[in-house]
Design a protein around this ligand. Sequence first.
Ligand SMILES: Cc1ncc(C[n+]2csc(CCOP(=O)(O)OP(=O)(O)O)c2C)c(N)n1
Ligand SMILES: [Mg+2]
Length: 340
Amino acid sequence: MSAVQATGAELHNAAPAAGTPEAALAHKSLYYMLLMREVEDRIERKLYRQGKVLGGVYVGRGQEAIPVGSALVARAEDVLFPSHRDMAVFFVRGVSARRVLAQYMGRMGGLTNGRDGNMHMGDMGVGVVSIISALAATVPVAAGIAMALRYRGTNGVAFSYFGDGSTSRGDWHEGVNFATVQKLPVVYVCNNNQYAYSTPLNLQMACANVADRGPAYNMPAEIVDGNDALAVYEATQRAVTHARAGRGPYMLECKTFRMTGHSAHDAAHYVPKEMFEEWGKQDPIVRLEKRMVQEGWAKQDDLDAMQAAVKAEVDDAVEWADQSPWPDPSSLLNNVYENE
Ligand SMILES: Cc1ncc(C[n+]2csc(CCOP(=O)(O)OP(=O)(O)O)c2C)c(N)n1
Ligand SMILES: [Mg+2]
């Protein structure tokens, strides 16, 4: 690990005001949100435009509080299934910005050694399972993992992430039904960002909230401010306590907004401009920074130092990824079949 990376990662613990547990959690949350924002900005607004990113780019701008606040609650024995706007889950679990950037650039340093691009990556060494492109296809898989965790007596919990649109897929309902009938330890984390590609929520489902789907499965479901990392953290603690106690799944509907198009090629002309303006005022990074200063958890200088450290960490990561070699074509089938 380079000196630059160590500085960035250590800052959230080293800040002078991070004395109380709440202050320390705020520093940590801010660090991971800033890292996700910076890495995604580089990918979407620079590397993609330079032709250095292979495949599509979907970012979670404005939604960073959700993967951060939830994944920070997870323990080592838990298994997480991030969806396509949950990059921070990887960082919280210890995957470096270098490896994530190399993944997007199709290099050997990426989690799939250049076999795939963007978020189609996992690392069971840190309990993160790769997304399956077909939406909600990982929901039944998360139920299976939760069953395995219980069978092995590990007391682990599966974290299953998805968007609002995914909750209208058949696999979602099958997976949730199975998990609730079996009382499996699953925490469902929905990012309700009001759109599924260009389809607004009201044209996509007949109920007002994703949480309204919970009672049909006899499952507790909570609506959470998805732009408040500390609120997401607290709600996740309630959900995990419930699931770990053997009481079955628990769903969090985190209300938020997609502050970009669906992907880097989409200018989102179909989204009313006022919605961007309104939700822009709720930016989770700005909100947490303000709160940290108000509560005396940080001074503006601490926040500026953290932002600079994150930028330096990502500069280093981009450089490292760009120097990572392309995979050798002769290795194409390595790790594709089980016996290798
Ligand atoms: C079964 C399936 N249908 C369509 C797609 C293409 N697709 C990828 S993401 C997406 C929108 C998903 O909306 P939502 O679940 O709300 O997640 P969001 O992108 O808003 O975070 C679509 C239609 C897909 N991957 N899988
Ligand atoms: Mg959505």
